[in-house]
Design a protein around this ligand. Structure first.
Ligand code: DLL
Length: 415
């Protein structure tokens, strides 16, 4: 059984390599530089011989240089959410949209969504892949879809109450805000049972908080525009890792410094190869996201490869006095302090060539001077224990920090 799957995937890999070799001069040149041709791909082991693709390859060939189909065959464009410079444009053929919808419908079904659900999509519609990816998948499985988009929290709540929303998707940081607004209201008629969250790093502490305050099961969903959008990997209801569909994506974990492929269990950068995409196949795309592969199959029995919750992006890793710090580790520490909400950001400044970090967070309630002092000491201890380095800390009163409707900005650089 496994052998035939491997043979089938080898065939898919050979076809996708042949496709980019024939149609994308940029890929062909990179392969030729390594002395490779499609004839060198005999098995899945040969994947690691292929060159990596990075965001720079997309930038250098902006906007259509990596297209592996005629432009007339492209039916949709999305763009990545980069905040500086030109966006990264990604393209889809009609078949790519169908593939995306059906893999999304499958992932959502596994996550627990069904045609009986009323599914509210509180993600941005537009160039961002988030909303439309969920939208087409949820419609395909027959759920009643409410395309509410990001933000406009009062309207989100009204729709949830009046239309009987049973499941919704948003970023975890926006779900935290929604939960706060819902809990501040006297009466609400909520029927929520399932939340599917992604597009940014979040933690088990945030999951527990969202599940408890919203009365839902919270599922982690991972994806990126360059690969297809949301739907690349998602948890099943056991919530023990995000499942990859290897009929569509081959996944490797590499050492980001050396490029060497790491065995299951070791943390490194996720690298993904698409097997079925037509317009923009990706060969060994370096995501910059850090995670690890599980070595054993999920207890749910599906047999798919799983990755652990994403630790963060390598670009977001801060080095504070020689210690590596990820925003998600700060979230874990804050989640251990009962008096704090999970709204936070990291202020980063530079003094004499050294990075300084100040964690800015919020108390749950307005505190007396004495209680505030205790909370500061408690939080500083948790941060020091978890990060292994002492960092600055500012605790604001409830409601002071900005709420995000989409991806939260966790790192703010100050002069
Ligand atoms: O964020 C696609 C998406 C939308 C995924 C909605 C899930 C839900 P991009 O805008 O291209 O696409 O951003 C991709 O977001 O490389 C990760 O750094 C981060 N990311 C996405 N999902 C997760 C997650 C969408 N579950 C980038 N956990 C990726 C941690 C995530 N980070």
């Amino acid at each position: 059984m496994q052998k035939s799957k491997d043979e089938q995937r080898t065939g898919q890999l050979q076809r996708v390599v042949q496709r980019v070799w024939e149609r994308v001069p940029h890929y062909r040149a990179k392969m030729e530089d390594l002395g490779l041709s499609p004839r060198d791909i005999h098995s899945l082991e040969d994947l690691s011989r292929l060159p990596f693709t990075t965001k720079n390859d997309l930038r250098d060939t902006y906007p259509y240089g990596l297209l592996a189909c005629d432009k007339e065959e492209v039916v949709r464009i999305h763009a990545s959410s980069g905040t500086t410079g030109k966006p990264t444009v990604v393209a889809y053929t009609r078949q790519d949209i169908a593939t995306w919808s059906s893999l999304m419908a499958h992932r959502l079904t596994v996550a627990g969504l069904s045609s009986k659900d009323v599914f509210q999509i509180a993600l941005g519609y537009g160039l961002f892949t988030g909303a439309l990816g969920f939208h087409w998948g949820a419609e395909e499985l027959g759920a009643l879809v409410i395309p509410s988009g990001g933000g406009f929290t009062e309207r989100q709540v009204l729709l949830m109450e009046d239309l009987g929303t049973t499941a919704f998707t948003s970023t975890p940081s926006y779900a935290l805000h929604l939960a706060e607004v819902l809990n501040s209201r006297k009466k609400n008629n909520l029927r929520l049972r399932l939340g599917i969250f992604g597009a940014e790093a979040w933690t088990e502490e945030m999951r527990i908080h969202l599940e408890q305050t919203l009365g839902i099961t919270a599922i982690d969903s991972y994806g990126l525009s360059e690969i297809i959008g949301p739907g690349v990997a998602m948890e099943c209801p056991l919530r023990e890792g995000l499942h990859f569909d290897e009929d569509h994506f081959l996944v490797e974990i590499i050492n980001p410094e050396t490029g060497e492929v790491l065995p299951p269990g070791e943390t490194g950068e996720i690298v993904i190869t698409t097997l079925t995409k037509e317009a923009l196949p990706m060969i060994r795309y370096r995501t910059r996201d850090l995670s690890r592969l599980y070595s054993e199959p999920c207890p749910c029995g599906c047999g798919e490869k799983r990755i652990a919750r994403i630790l963060g992006r390598s670009d977001d890793m801060l080095i504070i006095r020689g210690v590596n710090v990820f925003p998600s580790q700060v979230e874990v520490a804050l989640g251990r302090v009962p008096g704090l909400s999970l709204h936070y950001f990291l202020e980063v400044s530079e003094k004499g060539g050294m990075k300084e970090l100040t964690v800015c967070c919020e108390s749950k309630t307005v505190l007396s001077e004495e209680a505030a002092g205790t909370l500061i000491r408690q939080t500083a201890t948790e941060l020091k224990d978890l990060l292994g380095v002492r960092v600055g800390l500012r605790i604001f009163e409830p409601g002071v920090l900005e709420r995000s409707a989409g991806k939260a900005v966790r790192i703010k650089k100050v002069a």
